[in-house]
Design a protein around this ligand. Structure first.
Ligand code: GLP
Length: 261
């Protein structure tokens, strides 16, 4: 695992967007794993800028969202399908239908989950998966106690996650769905490069446990320790509880110039 500590979320977002741009330039039909939440928004802004200013093309790329709420009204602005359309898909030149989200409106949810797993495999797997992290250490919507081998399935949100996400629902926790579909931790670990982002002090405890704590189902993001190419990009505040922060800074400062993240 590589830990990159940056002075600001803006710099971290530019670093992640640069890695995605580099991937798209070398592999035009790359498969991107897209995350929601507030954390990746700066990455999407930078990708939209690169598309507009430098002609970065998504025309052959495909994308898979990590997760989706179950049962929101179909055109609800906070469904992840709609969030991704607003924040990235509609701002660049993805082909119609190239970006999928799990179908949280399906009448047969387990079948929709199996179909989603199969679609990721059929696309050749995810090349680069963006990840945020919940304050309880969840990735996607894999809440604590999620199997580290799990695949796409229905999950029940914890009260903590519903409270965290109430800000997207006019601070009304009752409006936050109780159930979601999410790629499993096993699904996420099959992506070829994982890039986890975290900004701010409220993520510091989860980041410290993810990077330096034991691998355990109660801290789902700690599964990244099992991945051969995982990059954790954090700002100073999110890095504030890392015991080896000086070491991570030293390693990054001494990286060979040709080696990307
Ligand atoms: C949400 C999403 C996650 C996201 C996390 C953190 O519930 N399902 O994919 O990483 O919570 O959200 P934020 O980036 O807004 O802090």
């Amino acid at each position: 695992m590589e830990v990159v500590i940056v002075p600001s979320a803006q710099q971290g977002s530019a670093l992640a967007a640069g890695a995605i741009a580099q991937l798209l330039r070398t592999k035009h039909d790359a498969v991107l794993g897209l995350a929601t939440g507030s954390t990746p928004l700066g990455v999407y802004d930078e990708l939209a800028r690169l598309h507009t200013d430098e002609g970065l093309s998504f025309a052959e790329a495909r994308g898979f969202a990590l997760d989706e709420y179950v049962g929101l009204p179909p055109d609800h602005p906070e469904s992840y399908r709609e969030v991704l359309r607003r924040e990235i898909v509609g701002r660049v030149n993805f082909a119609p239908g190239a970006v999928r989200t799990p179908d949280g409106w399906a009448s047969d949810l387990p079948a929709a989950c199996a179909d989603y797993e199969q679609a990721i495999v059929a696309a050749g797997g995810v090349d680069l998966q963006l990840l945020g992290i919940g304050t309880d250490g969840h990735i996607g919507f894999n809440e604590p106690s999620s199997s580290l081998a799990s695949t796409t399935r229905v999950k029940t949100l914890t009260p903590q996650t519903r409270a965290d996400n109430a800000r997207f629902f006019d601070d009304d926790i009752d409006a936050v769905p109780e159930h979601v579909l999410t790629q499993g931790i096993g699904t996420i670990l099959r992506a070829r490069h994982l890039v986890l982002l975290a900004w701010g002090e409220n993520k510091a405890a989860a980041i410290a446990e993810t990077v330096e704590g034991p691998i355990r189902a109660m801290m789902p993001a700690s599964a990244l320790q099992l991945h051969p190419h995982a990059t954790v990009i954090v700002d100073d505040a999110a890095a504030s509880l890392l015991q080896k922060a000086d070491y991570y800074r030293y390693v990054y400062d001494h990286k060979p110039a040709w080696q990307g993240i």
